[in-house]
Design a protein around this ligand. Structure first.
Ligand SMILES: [Zn+2]
Length: 250
């Protein structure tokens, strides 16, 4: 897997120069059916970040397809979920798969779905890394250290206010929609024209796997945002204030 072009580059995740040893699939191949694994985005990664991310992927790829809304959801269940879970007794208990499934209407089809309990820390940790990886993949460098990646689930009511709070930075920015593996993982982003490290993303797993936050928020997708750290904002404000006062005195 270690592509030549990926060695000795800046790691897409920790941002350390010259440290990468391998090519990492930003969205692990385990999330895709065999026929959908060509041309997935890859970035350089160091071995520490790569193994940290792999551990998260093993967990999330075992459980996420349980609630799949993919057109090939049955195939995911048969080929992936059962095998991965059968080999992992602890995961079986954690997921409570012995509980009876709920019948859910998906696009007019009634399917049995298991209400699953997902370890929010693990899935959030993976989403952070995916956000950093996709940033690198699309913009050719890691997120600057003055900015941080954040992922969140938002209530429908809260989405408009959130988008409104970001739109002054993003209006007219470069934007793109990407669909990998026929809906296995889809995302869209917009990048600030004035602040190239400020970006806003939507991530959809398996055509919108229903997600539940710790506070009971239900959503079918994640938001990703890269924004300045508090110190960065403070520093910019001081710079601006100095700039404007010196202009006044000139
Ligand atoms: Zn790293």
């Amino acid at each position: 897997m270690a592509g030549k072009g990926y060695k000795g580059k800046t790691c897409a995740y920790c941002g350390i120069d010259g440290i990468s040893s391998t090519a990492d699939h930003v969205i692990a191949r385990a999330f895709f059916l065999l026929e959908d694994r060509a041309h997935l985005p890859q970035v350089p990664a160091c071995s520490d970040c790569n193994s940290k991310k792999s551990a998260l992927e093993v967990y999330v790829s075992a459980i996420l397809p349980i609630a799949s809304r993919h057109e090939d959801a049955d195939k995911f269940q048969r080929d992936f979920v059962r095998k991965r879970i059968e080999n992992n007794a602890k995961l079986q208990r954690d997921l409570r798969l012995d509980d009876p499934p709920q019948m859910v209407n998906i696009g007019g089809l009634i399917r049995p779905m298991h209400p699953i309990r997902i370890d929010a820390v693990k899935i959030t940790g993976l989403m952070h890394m995916i956000l950093q990886g996709l940033f690198y993949f699309h913009f050719g460098r890691p997120l600057s250290g003055d900015y941080y990646p954040d992922v969140l689930m938002l209530h429908n009511d809260a989405q408009a206010a959130f988008v409104a709070s970001m739109s002054p930075y993003l209006d007219g920015g470069e934007n793109r929609e990407v669909n990998l593996g026929r809906g296995s993982f889809a995302y869209r982003y917009v990048r600030s024209p004035a602040y190239p490290d400020v970006t806003l993303w939507n991530f959809f797993w398996h055509n919108g796997v229903p997600l539940h936050g710790s506070d009971g928020i239900g959503a079918n997708h994640w938001w990703g945002v890269t924004r300045p750290r508090t110190e960065t904002v403070a520093r910019e404000k001081i710079k601006q204030a100095r700039g404007s006062s010196s202009e006044q005195f000139e």
